[in-house]
Design a protein around this ligand. Structure first.
Ligand code: GDP
Ligand code: ZN
Length: 343
């Protein structure tokens, strides 16, 4: 079958099927070349730049290769013991959304770790400003979030009832850049995108999550162009945010603890009771809140556990792929294949 090879970008992902915008602007539904999925099981995610074989028959395109990514949003694959899952690629900013009247600081810490780990600029948007009891309550939430997020994170308050509040978010979306929007389902991400665009491009209040049993319901992700600004991707269906490699993200999200740690006696202090630990000293005299310390340790532990599992899996694979002593003809099997859930 005759085909031409073209460059494109994955602009929508629907049940794992990429929709690619080709260099001439045309949209093409694609599947992955077998060579990509075999072995390393590389699948294109939203934002990926890809090479696509476009059949002359105007059939589905075939993604032949994925360009190296400038940035990835990675979590632990919720359906696997020790595999990462990339949710988006090639973006410049991550915005974390939470409802202002129900801010969950522990969840926010985790979301910030994942956002910082990407290396992108990070901002927080507190949504549903109109549901806040009063101005003082909203101010209190803003203050708490600003304190937690640190000086490098812009924190904004928006409300559907106040279109002007959305303009500050628009200013964050620099033309020519892409922003990834994360947050629990129902916090108002789609509503925010619709307000930015000025029309209902995304479905609001829709049930868009899998049932946690690996079934994919109506999860779809899409890059949306915002007039007078950059592009934004709402990330529905991201219920679990398990950490993968996130040591750098933890460091960035806990600058208070990292700063204290500089004064620990041992460079590799785990702040778990070593002598001369400046972190536990700050904990003891109340400069560091216990909850903050507990989150830090729990997140560190989570990353360590995932690393251990990965190491175990690596050793196991190595053992399995060692050639057996006697090879019976016709029964040779390669190394165990790696399975990976779709985003
Ligand atoms: P998503 O799952 O994060 O995309 O959230 P949606 O945008 O679908 O919104 C979830 C629900 O919150 C919908 O019923 C929205 O109408 C509602 N909602 C979104 N933004 C606001 C807001 O600023 N104020 C109020 N009161 N409700 C909002
Ligand atoms: Zn220490």
């Amino acid at each position: 079958m005759a085909a031409t090879v073209r460059t494109g970008e994955v602009v929508k992902l629907d049940r794992g099927y990429p929709l690619v915008r080709l260099d001439d602007g045309a949209l093409l539904r694609c599947e992955h070349a077998t060579a990509l999925v075999k072995g390393h099981d590389q699948r294109a995610v939203i934002g990926d730049v890809v090479r696509v074989a476009v059949p002359d028959s105007h059939d589905k395109g075939v993604i032949e290769s994925i360009a190296p990514r400038t940035r990835e949003f990675v979590r632990k694959d919720p359906t696997e013991r020790a595999l990462p899952q990339v949710l988006a690629a090639n973006f410049e900013r991550v915005i974390v959304a939470q409802p202002v009247s129900e801010v969950n600081l522990r969840r926010l810490e985790r979301e910030l770790v994942l956002a910082f780990e990407t290396g992108a600029a990070v901002a927080v948007v507190l949504t549903k400003g109109d549901l806040s009891a009063d101005g003082a309550a909203a101010e209190g939430a803003l203050r708490a979030v600003r304190e937690l997020a640190g000086p490098n994170v812009e924190v904004l308050l928006v409300s559907e009832a106040d279109p002007a509040s959305v303009e500050a978010v628009r200013c964050l979306l620099t033309p020519g850049t892409t922003t990834v929007l994360i947050g629990r389902s129902g916090v108002g991400k789609s509503s925010l995108v619709n307000m930015l665009v000025g029309s209902d491009v995304l479905e609001v209040g829709a049930v868009r999550e899998g049932d946690g049993k690996g079934r994919h319901t109506t999860v779809s992700r899409e890059i949306v162009s915002v007039p007078g600004a950059g592009r934004i991707v709402d990330m529905p269906g991201v219920r679990g945010l398990g950490l993968w490699d996130a040591d750098a993200g933890i460091e960035a999200a806990f600058p208070d603890i990292e700063q204290l740690a500089e004064a620990c006696r041992f460079r590799d202090c785990t702040h778990g009771g070593e002598p001369g630990c400046a972190v536990t000293a700050a904990l003891a005299d109340g400069r560091l809140p216990q909850s903050r310390y507990d989150s830090y340790q729990a997140l560190k532990q989570e990353v360590a556990t995932v690393k251990d599992r990965r190491e175990q899996a690596r050793r196991l694979n190595k053992e399995k792929s060692r050639p057996p002593k006697r090879v019976r003809k016709g029964s040779a099997s390669g190394p165990p294949g790696r399975k990976r859930g779709r985003p």
